[in-house]
Design a binder for this molecule. Structure first.
Ligand SMILES: *[C@@H]1O[C@H](CO)[C@@H](O)[C@H](O)[C@H]1NC(C)=O
Length: 386
């Protein structure tokens, strides 16, 4: 496997990053991975403002305030229903990616962003937290779909030499989205009593940007060749993407893959789990996913401001800055790992990250248990590596 890849790297040495490729990467992630990050991070800072809105809405409807436990429950629902939508979207992403294609799939997915944003934007005006819940659910479906398609597109349009880095672009855009959403979510920017609906609606800008830019990019050549069996269209897409560099080997590579695809029958989700030779790779993929998803970083991204305020007793503004600090570190580490991934190796980097996660999770739990007043331990331990 390794040696194979190395010879390919030598052959495709001439392929470099060109401005069109950068444009394609950018327009692919802006409406998908970036928006994913925004939806992840946006609930962190304005939590108290939106809880207040829940409280007021109840007062308006029933004449008395909402109980703390109902507020907590509704807030948890608003945060987490996004993940349920994400699962639904994620399961169906493959279908859309193959049926509509990567490009059309991602472009049409923006309809869901518009729907969600309309619900967010008018929820306060309509005095309806139900709209927030439904909006988060729709945003989740949108994010699930785009998480399935965007990395596929990124890796399919990238030349072999850049494939690892292209894969990390997805994560980089997510982390950048988290960071931006937290910056604009601060008390003195959009995280105010009046402006939080606009804050939640921020992804609409990214969606419009994607519609404007991604429409100019070609469909993934691999999809055109292998799924659509359209060699001519694939060549045209490669001509655009490689901007004058040669792509003969890539084309041959796709041809070989296309032929081997024709000979294998399509596999269903069940087939993946019951086929014997697939057991090991599937096991590895699941563990890899779990090791990232269960790292605890999501809890930190959703709730760090509250954690800093209630457990570390920072002021509201200080906790917001601390949350942003965590995101900045997260972004920098992701950028470094993006630039290292094709050199240092995926396995080594992941093990390093897991080691860091282990220490951070231990420190975080300890500080919760002992309610240590040492703010610095808490802040440091939420700086999770991924
Ligand atoms: C709801 O709002 C009222 C008035 O602003 C406040 O006194 C009460 O503590 C709030 N309830 C909760 C659970 O935050």
């Amino acid at each position: 496997m390794d040696t194979d890849e190395e010879t390919y790297i030598l052959e495709s040495d001439k392929q470099r990053l060109n401005s069109r490729l950068v444009f394609a990467f950018f327009s692919c992630v802006i409406g998908s991975s970036f928006v994913f990050g925004v939806h992840t991070g946006v609930v962190n800072l304005p939590q108290t403002k939106i809880e207040q809105f829940l409280n007021e809405t109840e007062l308006h409807r029933t004449g008395h305030h909402m109980t703390q436990s109902k507020i907590t429950l509704l807030w948890a629902l608003i945060v987490s229903i996004w993940a349920i939508g994400g699962m639904i979207g994620g399961v169906n992403a493959g279908y859309f990616a193959d049926k509509l294609g990567r490009k059309k799939g991602l472009l049409l997915n923006n309809i869901l962003t518009f729907l969600a944003v309309i619900l967010f934007g008018f929820s306060k005006l309509a005095l309806s937290y139900e709209m927030l819940i439904v909006g988060r659910f729709i945003a989740g479906i949108q994010c699930g779909i785009s998480t399935g398609i965007a990395p596929l597109y990124l890796s399919e349009v990238a030349p072999l030499k850049l494939r690892g880095a292209a894969g990390t672009l997805n994560q980089l855009a997510i982390v950048f989205g988290v960071l931006i959403s937290q910056i604009i979510g601060m008390d003195f920017i959009l995280g105010t009593d009046k402006l939080w609906p606009i804050l939640l609606s921020f992804p609409v800008i990214a969606a419009i940007l994607q519609l404007l830019t991604f429409s100019l990019c070609p469909e993934s050549p691999k999809y055109l060749y292998i799924n659509k069996n359209d060699r001519y269209a694939a060549i045209r897409a490669l001509q655009w993407l490689r901007s004058g560099d040669s792509f003969e080997e890539e084309l041959q590579d796709m041809q070989i893959q296309g032929e081997s695809c024709e000979n294998t029958e399509k596999m269903s989700i069940c087939g993946i789990f019951t086929t014997k030779w697939l057991r090991r790779p599937i096991f590895i993929s699941i563990i890899m996913q779990l090791s990232q998803q269960l790292s605890g970083i999501n809890a930190v991204i959703y709730y760090s401001t509250q954690i800093f305020r209630k457990t570390a007793h920072l002021t509201q503004t200080a906790s917001q800055f601390a949350s942003i600090g965590v995101s900045v570190v997260n972004f920098i580490i992701t950028a470094i790992s993006a630039s290292l991934v094709d050199k240092a190796g995926r396995r080594y980097l992941h093990l390093l990250g897991l080691g860091g996660m282990f220490c951070a999770a231990c420190a975080l739990t300890t500080s919760f248990l002992w309610e240590v007043n040492d703010k610095y331990i808490l802040i440091l331990s939420t700086v999770n590596i991924e």
